[in-house]
Each structure stands twice: as structure tokens, then as C-alpha cells.
Design a protein around this ligand. Sequence first.
Ligand code: UTP
Length: 317
Amino acid sequence: IALLTSIMQITRNLTTEGLRMNRKVSKAIFPVAGLGTRFLPATKSVPKEIMTLVDRPLIQYAIDEARAAGIEDFIFVTARGKSALEDYFDVSPDLEAALESSGKNDLLEILRSTNMESGAVAYMRQHKALGLGHAVLCARKLIGDEPFAVILPDDVIAAEKPCLQQMVEAYQETGGAMVATMEVSPAKASSYGVLDIRSQNGPIVSVKGMVEKPPLGTAPSNLAVIGRYILTPQVLANFDQVGRGAGGEIQLTDAIAAEVTAGRDVFGYRFEGQRYDCGSKAGFLQATVAFALARPDLRDEFAAFLTEMHSVKQAAQ
Ligand code: UTP
């Protein structure tokens, strides 16, 4: 009996280890090929992802979050006019040498912390902005047969434990496909993908359907999909059956919803943290204020300025 018990234990351990291996998430896709029309005219020449919150471009926050979650391969789906983004990931030997020789070691350290290892970054082109789903599909050849993450850099999430790391940890237990989710007001639900909820267990939501941009008043819940995903190659295969969806675009939500239809698991993950929609002007400005106030070197001066602005505005009313 003792022998049988230890064989069963070993089998269980091997199965758990096998699942862990299958659920290792080491690749992330960053779709950055959108037109960014809400930021025109700036986005005529500056990619939205290069716009800065205080002194770091949006894309840097996304990279840092991916690294914290154990991502090793970074796949950018880019487009015409995004070369500033590709340049950003090159090392800058001249700048590094100048900072070194002038003894600006703190700046040198900041600069070096943004360097990417050779071979860790790949670029795929999306020739036409046909939608987020299409952008993700453009990276299909680089994904192979393992789960992968998708990060939308214009959703910036301030959190003690980075959002993708929270999800990767939860994913070890759940498998399936997973999307980040948060509550939004009924009025805003029609701007998002929305979850149809089967059941909830703490932060994990079992999903029985998903709708992209439901018309006002028809959303199946108040849980919206936010720009962090852990997906399987099967989701990419679903695009063979998925046509154009909401807004005439090829929607990622529809390919994930096809998983539910096929009887496979899809989960929402209610992350802890504050999300800023930096794809919109109001969200970008809110993030700028929040991130500036969180910086010890700026906090006091900036808070005093905001207080003064507030008093001036109140006096004028
Ligand atoms: P958005 O819906 O914010 O669209 O895309 P957008 O084009 O960037 O911005 P607006 O709405 O015109 O202002 C969400 C994410 O999907 C990417 C975007 O780059 C962004 O990261 N995306 C969208 C693509 O990569 N390709 C597409 O065809 C559409």
C-alpha cells in the first residue's frame, strides 16, 4: 500500500509539473499598429506608445510589466510610421558614453535599465489597421505551440503586484484563456468587450460569453475586458472562422468568445490596481497627474501647483 501511495504521489507531482510547464507564459505580443486617431495631430508623427507619462513612454511601462511577469520574448506588431518605437529599443552607445564620461551615473542606470537583450525583440508588420484581433493574428508565426500574453500599452495599470504577474499566477491554476477585467458603469460598457458571467470565485470569473461593444443597455454584465490577456494558439486558430465584428474590425474578443462556444474554458481576472485608459485624452491626463504625484522628486511641487489651480478655478466660479 505504501508503494502504491508513493507511486500515486509521484504521478500527481509529475502531472502538476507537466501542467506548470504547459502553462509557462514566456512570450508577449504588443499590438502597437493602431492609428491613434484620438491623439491627432500628435500621432501624425509620434506613435501613441511613445507618448510619455512623466518621463517614461507608455511602452516602457508595458515592457516593465511584462518582464515582472517572466516574459522573455517581446513581439511588437507595428505599422508604417512607428519607427520611433523601433528606435526606442535600440541601445544608444553614444548617449551611454556621454553620460559615462560626464559621471551622470544615475541617468546612465536609468538608460541601461531600458535596454533589451539582443534577439529578445521581434517586429511584425500589420499592413492595414484591420483591428486588434487582426494585429494579434499577424504575430501567429512567432507564437508556436504555447500560451502567450497580449498587452495593450495604452492601458496603463498601476499596481503593487503588476497586473500581468497577478494573471500569470492565477493562470497556473486555471489554464484556459484569461482576460483582465474590471467593473465599468453601464454607460461606458458599450465602449468595451463585456463578459457574460457564469460564476465567480474571488478574482476569477468563469465566462459563458463575451460581446464586443454591446449597444447601450444590452451589456450582459458590468465587467469589461481590459488590455491584458493570456491566450492559447487555439484562439489564433479561431480566426479562421471569425469574420469582421463590431465597427467592421477583426475583433480579438470574437476569437476568444469562440473558445466558449467550443466548450473550452475562458476566465476573467479581476486584477488589483488602478487602470488608466491612456488611449483617451482624459485617461492620459489622469495618469499623468497620478504618476507625477507618485514621484518623490515631483510630488510636492506638483501638488502645490494643482492646489493653486483648484483655488483659482473655485474663485472664478
Ligand atoms: P485602439 O482601439 O485604441 O485604436 O487600439 P487606436 O488605433 O490605437 O486608437 P484610436 O482609437 O484611433 O485613437 C487598441 C490597441 O490595439 C492596437 C492599438 O495600437 C492599441 O494598442 N491596434 C488596433 C493595432 O495594433 N492594430 C489595429 O488594427 C487596431
